[in-house]
Design a binder for this molecule. Sequence first.
Ligand code: PRX
Length: 702
Amino acid sequence: MAEIRQKPQIVSEATEAQIAVHWREEEYYYPSAKFIGQANLTDPDVIERFSEKNFPECFREYADLLSWDKYWDTTLDTSDPPFWKWFVGGKINASYNCVDRHLANYKNKAALIFVPEPESEAPVAVTYRELYVRVNEFAALLRDFCGLKAGDRVTIHMPMVPELPITMLACARLGVVHSVVFGGFSGEACGTRAADSQSQVLITMDGYYRYGKLLDHKAGADIALEIAKKEGQTVDKVLVWRRHAGQNASATPFVKGRDFFVDEVLTKYKGQLVAPVPMDAEAPLFLMYTSGSTGKPKGCQHRTGGYLAYVTGTSKYIQDIHPEDVYWCMADIGWITGHSYIVYGPLALAATSVMYEGVPTYPDAGRVWRIAERLDVNIFHTSPTAIRMLRKSGHDEPDKYNYHFKHMTTVGEPIEPEVWRWYHETVGKGEAVIVDTWWQTENGGFLCSTKPALDPMKPGSAGPGMPGIYPVIIDENNQEVAAGSGKAGNICIRNPWPGIMQTIWGSHDRFVAQYYAKYCKNRNSKDWRDWPYFAADGAVLAADGYFRILGRVDDVINVAGHRLGTKEIESACLTVSEVAEAAVVPVADEIKGRVPEVYIALKPGVQPSQAIIDKVNKVIETMIGKIARPKHVHIVPDMPKTRSGKLMRRVLAALSNNMNTGDITTLANPDVVENIRELVQGKEAVALTDGPEDLKRFGTEE
Ligand code: PRX
């Protein structure tokens, strides 16, 4: 309820269990008979097959979609909770499953179609045969030129080009653990991750296109190496792919004996074949760094067999991928969505996976739909941020293009029902079925979603737990929240599943503390039922069994569907010499969902200035990347604090979002709140709201 506020409001703090969420129940939408007629999953028995009484053996169904070098003995080993082991005793190679095994039937079919950002450059198709040749040659280079072997880690900092999945699959062929760092992250961010994973090789690219400009990407590698070195890790080889044959988009000089153009080294490995190494099902396949509650990103370690089985099963049944489909997921491979649903899942199913290099609205709002029309894409996958952006920049653009999607996905953030309806009616032309898939970097694949041919869609709700996934909402008093109660709580998964990460790289204690400590019923128990997985998302369960995700309950901000830790941004701010204290809070944004907003207090005697604000913006960009750019940087006279000196981010988040500030009487310096309010909102009173759930909860656990 909006109200006009004269001065900071004092309302009592609601506990999580008391937060009741009211929204209009949305009407169901149903899949068309045409979609159902061709769908991979139409048998309602799936619910029974994947029910608890058939757990964990139900997941054989997913693993049996793969080609195993050696079949496994034990489906799930729970002897060391919560370090679950899947398909134990099995041997498998991910590269073989995504490439070699398709040669018999699909060697001339496009595995990847690369769409360059400049429209003057034609799309490039890479057939399964060509992918096989290129993966083998690059694997030979990694093995013989770099000396890499199973278990070694390699950091990959690359844009959206076919050489990225080629590099990943070449690593997987050897059992080398890849750690792909999002290309948009800064060199510094890449360096910290390279150090944490102890990578000796960095694979990068000279440049790529964004907004029509050819960017110098390799420059970041030099910074990454410097940072990694500072953190104790020497990277001794940098392999540089070229965006244009025979050219160099980067102005940074090559370091002799360290930096190599891939194409030059590759001449020695032309036509070489490398036998895929049969890996233990439990051998790590890759690391994917993500933000958490500390300043340091954590490396989510994913296993080979379970992960591949889970993404293949969910790609087949939820993405409804058939080999004849042209599937386009607009995510970046540098995020988990790209790993699971551009590379591993679709390629394991012999699909054609489209990769687009650039900005969806470049050079105009029709670009995405032109690509869809030209390539005859029939499965489309993107985030609410992209949907909001496309809707804003070209509401009626899709009508102008003759493409037809049978299936569309939304992932990464809650989607507003209104935006969902535009996606359905305008983008999907009323024909496409939509799945709203809820999951996380840690999870490997989808956790909640409708089964596209079996369940009706409900705008704004992710849907029920996936087959074999048993979600539950638990409140702060450890009580299960009943379906249909309208109460919010923490969504947890009661059981292990094959896609769940193995651990945090090098930090097993943190893994247990972060995901299992909160609701573990008995630390000594070997029964998985005692170890619910805590997802750190708030959610509500409707009477029909559909989950509506409300957002993060920790200090992670979901910016445009990507995770940023407030502590990481705060640490960056504190490197500016004038800054004494920093606090980062999420602020609602029409397009990106949430964006960070920065509050800083200066050291004694330092005068506030635009120059300091510029410095803060700059340091965030260099230490993390443009994605973390704050909406505003506010210089405040003092931070709101409790009497024990704790910084109250909750109050700042309320001010940034025109929300009620809650109880501020316990603060050591309540007067500063009004000062900051004026600074942020202006002198005039503004309309206040209670705010959405995630913002309401932000900072309440501090
Ligand atoms: O808050 C949830 C939100 O994104 C977070 C996970 O982010 P990340 O690990 O980067 O993975 C994103 C892609 C899988 C979650 O904790 N989230 C993800 N999917 C949804 C979502 N929120 C609402 N609805 C979704 N479908």
